[in-house]
Design a binder for this molecule. Sequence first.
Ligand code: SAM
Length: 243
Amino acid sequence: SDHQLIYPPSPDHMDWSSLYPHYVVDAPQAQETLATETPVGQDLALVQPKRLTQDVEVADIGCGFGGLLVALAPTMPNTLILGLEIRVSVTQFVEDRIKALRAQSQEGLYRNASVLRANTMKFLPNFFRKAQLSKIFICFPDPHFKVRKHKQRIVSTTLNSEYAYVVRPGGVVYTITDVPDLHEWMVQHFEAHPSFERVSEEEQDADPCVHIMRTETEEGKKVERHKGQKHVALFRRLDDPVW
Ligand code: SAM
């Protein structure tokens, strides 16, 4: 349950170093300065987490077994990608999967992908700063869409405001589902939100991420096997109005 989940009080408190060890800033200078300010016996890591050379920019909400993550990672090797998943065993599976792929890769691929156990319906702004993300993927969410109450859905008026907060202007939220009613629900809610506009079909079809999302997610493959329909919709984060 959520009780075992740990959230940083703010993005500045988040220690990403174990997730992306190859991107940790080697800054003995900063550590020295800190050491003089740190009370004796206090753990340095608790005072200030190690910094990365760059921030996470792409998030896969409810990443499941990580098919999208591992397919995307080599296509954007200079971008940090994070899967967020609520189930413990599934998160562990993805962690092991990425670890194995990193070890196998001669070219240092997959170092830019990682996974974190989290409930994305809570505290997303504790992990990501305003406008930090360029892409969010929401692939085959809410399998029990019909029976879930509005507030329990991954796309809602409230959560869309959180997505708007963490995604930068020009950034894109990607959605895909095989449930027509859920597709309509997501389109309605993003289109009604003042921070988003729907991306044209032309642009959508030309986006290589859309192809990956259709074919590489575990759910996408399942729908393919059952010859089901996949409904895709992309939403661009608009500029904030000037007051
Ligand atoms: N995106 C993957 C795919 O397309 O193959 C998995 C889709 S699966 C139907 C939905 C996933 O979202 C499950 O793995 C589930 O555990 C996860 N999930 C559901 N609610 C979540 C939440 N609030 N925070 C994080 N993950 C969640």
